[in-house]
Design a protein. Sequence first.
Length: 274
Amino acid sequence: MTAEATTATDPAMAYVYAVCRAGTPLDTALTGQQGLEGNPLRAVRAGDLVALVSSVPSALYGAEGVQAQMEDLDRLEVLARTHHTVVAAAYGHATVLPLRLATVYLDDGRVRAMLGAREPEFTALLARLEGHVELGVKVYADPREAVTVGSGGPETDTVASPGRAYLQRRRAQQRNHRQTYRAAGTVAAEVTARVAGIARAHVTHRPQQGELAQAAGENIVNDAYLVDGAQADAFRAALTGLADDVPGVRVEITGPWAPYSFATPPAADAGEPR
């Protein structure tokens, strides 16, 4: 069911994806394109700000509906993918302030009231983000890879008893594990040092685990950097080859993205219709 087909018993609500300054191409560039539930995007203006919005059914996007979606991985994937796709498209036309996943208001009037109340904060944030992108840096540690690359396997005394040989292998594995993670920590510190003169800001996120961590090894650093768009290549160049000679350690650079990590909309809005 789409929000356009809602009834009095299931009225449409306003889902907000991002905020930008009025007068940018975003005012019209995405109008009519699809958002969540296949409903068209629209611009809601208040003063010097514009919110990118689409209608959503209250049954799915009221407080209980959002909570249910957050607990359903399939629904959550659709919600997150659509939200981020809209924000990425918007970022191609203007500097935007991405709002948190599931930022929902009762109607456009409440969206306008929010924009008016937060105008000083949002204007300052947009000025800070102007011309900037977010680049991600992930550092991975993989002791198994370190063994394969570094030594071909733990050294053991081939003439020792089975019990002693087992203990030798375990000690070698533990030593390799410690060395790999110590090396990964050193590489992570070097990342910060190398980009200190390029990045404008730095945020540390929780390392990715479970289904989010699809790459080999353990993600031990998951950081985001705010970088002037013109300096994105310089940022990447500064980290080129950083872990090439460090067995079991890998550095991955992602982006450029819209600067989610440096946009701080009011947390209370997410999942709490106003």
